[in-house]
Write a protein that binds this ligand. Sequence first.
Ligand code: AMP
Length: 256
Amino acid sequence: MSTSKLRILVPVKRVIDFAIKPRINKTQTGVETKGVKFSINPFCDIALEESIRIREGNKDLVEKIHAVSIGPTKAQDVLRVALAKGADTSTLIDVGEEEVEPLSVAKLLQKVVEKENSNLIILGKQAIDDDSNQTGQMLAGLLNWPQATNASKVEIDGDNVTVTREVDGGSDTLRAKLPLVITTDLRLNDPRYASLPNVMKAKKKPLEKLSASDLGIEITKRLETLKVEEPPVRQAGVKVESVDELISKLKDLKAI
Ligand code: AMP
């Protein structure tokens, strides 16, 4: 059986930290980003962890793990974290404060795949800021590669990759040959923390900076956000002492 060395690409998005409760901005066009903590998107962290575990499982199998982020200059921070955890090299595609829709992200990633000669792409199944769940699928379409989404287990044997996917009420097991796009689900693994010595060492690892035009891609917008709203505030409930009291309250409210 032929065995390709893996050149893994891990796209990592900088998003508002998952533990923070987002607040809507005054103009109701999005969430407030000033003074808010940003981190690596949790599903991207899982994708990175999986690529590191693939290498730990078989050192000779992985030639390179390359992390890429599309975002503001500050997105360097998530790349440094990725480098500290185990990525070898990285690229920042600096788009300033511009929001980039999944199709443009996928087009930029396609260029990075060509540049890095990647043969396995592991992405998050979704970014927790826009919840699009589109980028991996669009990238697989642009590359005309097979895709296995929502992975909860990944096994590699030569050029064959077996992916178990979480589906309603059970699991779905797929096999595909490289090159392949995989998107990660929550239960795939528990990402590690970066150790302080590795954070220091990561400062010396390569971080290439490019613009979208360096890659020949024009970022276009196809969607317009009309309004972002908080969910309606729920009315406080009342406690009742007995079933009779419950029934009488429901009758008062004309609910029964
Ligand atoms: P989405 O389709 O926006 O829900 O994102 C799915 C996955 O695509 C994320 O978990 C990332 O792996 C990747 N991705 C999306 N946007 C970006 C970005 N701006 N930079 C790097 N990776 C991204």
